[in-house]
Ligand binder design. Sequence first.
Ligand code: FAD
Length: 502
Amino acid sequence: MTTATVDSHVVDRLRGIVGEDGVLTDKASLFNRARVPAPFPVHRWDEYLPDVVVLPRTAQQVSAVVKLANEYRIPVVPRAGGTGLADGAVPLRGGILVDLKRMDQIHEIDLVNNTVTVGPGINLETLNRSLKQHGVMYPDDPASYAVALVGGRIGTSGLSLLGARYGHPRDLVISFEIVLPTGEIIQVGDGGGRKVRKSSTGYHLKQLFMGHQGTLGIVTEATLELVPRAEAEFAAFFLFDDFDKAYRTFAKIGKSGIATLGGVMLFDPEKVDYLRRDDEAYIVQPKWVKSVCAAALYGTRPEVEAASKMLMELGRSLGGRYIGDEIAPWDWAARHDRYANPLHGRDANGQVLPMSWHCEDAAVPYSEVPAVLRKWHEITARYMEKYELFDDWGCFAYSNGAHKPWGDLLLEIDLGLWEEKLDEEGWQAFVSLKREIAQTVLDHGGSITACHGSTRTGDAELVPIEMGASWEVMKLLKRTLDPNNIMNPGKQCLDEAYQGGV
Ligand SMILES: Cc1cc2nc3c(=O)[nH]c(=O)nc-3n(C[C@H](O)[C@H](O)[C@H](O)COP(=O)(O)OP(=O)(O)OC[C@H]3O[C@@H](n4cnc5c(N)ncnc54)[C@H](O)[C@@H]3O)c2cc1C
C-alpha cells in the first residue's frame, strides 16, 4: 500500500519543481481539496486530507512531480474542478494533490480542421465564451457546465446532455497528452495524429485513458472537436398525468430518427413531487401532472423548424400536454441550474431539514427502467423509515448513447442527506443504501454508473462483479502502467491488483 508521508524534504523538492507559489500546505488549502460536492463523512474529514497541494503550469512539471512521487512511493491525486460526484478527486491515502487549474490556456484554435487544443484546467463555459466569436462551439454540455474542467471531463468520461446530437467527452476529445504513472509523457488518440478522428493503426488507447478517474495518469493537454454553433435551438416539455405515457413518449422521440435531437429527458412522479415541494426555481405544475418528458433540438434553422413539428406531434401522441412557448426555453436553460438544489429536504412529517445532495447514476436498459425505479424508491423508503437522515428527491432519466438516443438510459436517483447529523452508523447506512441501489442495476443488466464513475464506497466494491472476467485484465493493466500504485490509490478496488505487494 502506498502510504509514505510527505516530509519537509519532499515539500522542498516540490517547491523546486513548481516554484514557491505552486505549493500549498496551509490547513484551509488542504481541507478545501479533501472533498467534492457529493455527501461526505464530515465526522471523518481529516482522514481525507492531502499532505500537500501542488499547482503545476506545464506537463514537464507534472511529470517531475510524478517521478518524485514514485521515488518516495507517495500517492498522487489529480484534481480539476472538484465537482465529480463519485469522489474520484478525494484523496484516500493523503499524498500529493495535483490541482490543475493553472493549466487553463487555449493553445490553438484551428478553424481549418475544426479543433481546439487546451490545457486540462479550462472550464467548459470559459472555453465556449472564447469560441463564440469564431462561430463554433465545443458541445460538451453537462449540468455542471459552468464548473467542470476539461481534465475532469476526461477523468470521468462523463455525459453531455446534448450527447444524442454531438456525442459525449469520449467522442468529442480527439486526442490528449498524458503523464503516465511512471512520469513519461505520451500522446493518445486515434492513431498518432493529434487531429485525426479515425484510424486503424495500433491499439485504440485513447478510450483506456478516458474515465480512469486519475488512476492511470494525469492529462496535461487535450485536442477537442469543434462543431458549428447551432443556428437554432428548440426545446419542448410535455406534461403527463401518468408515468407510463411519459416513458413511452421518451422511446417514441428517441427512436424517431430526428437527426437534430440533442437529448431526451424524463422526470418520474417522485421528481415532480419533489420539484413542486422544494425547488423554488422550478415552475410549479398543477397537481394532475405526474411525469414530464422533454427533448431539445439543435441545428440549422430549416432543419430545426422541420424537426420541431415532428417533435410536437410525437410529444402529444400519447396525451402529453405541451408546457407552452414561454416556459419551454427557460426550463431547458435551467438544466445547468436545476441541481443547485434548495439544500434542504424533509423528514417524514414534512419538517424542513438542512440536507446535501447525493446523485446515484446508472446506465439501465430501456425495458428495465420501470422495475429499477420502483425498486430504488422502495429501497430508499426503507432507509428513510429507519434513519432520519435521508429524503427521496426523485429520478431523472436522460438518453445515454451518443448519436443513439434509444436502448439504454442514464437513470439517476437524487437523495437528500442530512450530512451534519452523520455519525459512523449513519454513514454506513448511506453506503449500504447506495450499494443496494447499485446492486439493483446489476440485477437488471445495467451498469452501476453512466457518467460519474464507480470510485465511491458503496459502488467501488461492485466494480469487480460488474467487470466479470475482464476484471483480471483491468488489474493487469493497472499494475503494468502503475507499478508502485501511486496514482489515486484505493479507488475502484484496484488495490487488489497489488495483492502480492508492489
Ligand atoms: C451540479 C452538478 C451537476 C453535474 N452534472 C453532470 C452531468 O450532467 N454530466 C456529468 O457527466 N457529470 C455531471 N456532474 C459531475 C461532474 O461535474 C463531472 O463528473 C465532471 O466531469 C467532473 O469534472 P471536474 O473538473 O470537476 O473534475 P474533478 O471532480 O476534479 O475530477 C474528476 C475525476 O477526474 C480525475 N481528474 C481530474 N483531472 C484530471 C486530469 N487532468 N487527468 C486525469 N484525471 C483527472 C480526478 O482525479 C477525478 O477522479 C455534475 C456535478 C455537479 C456538482
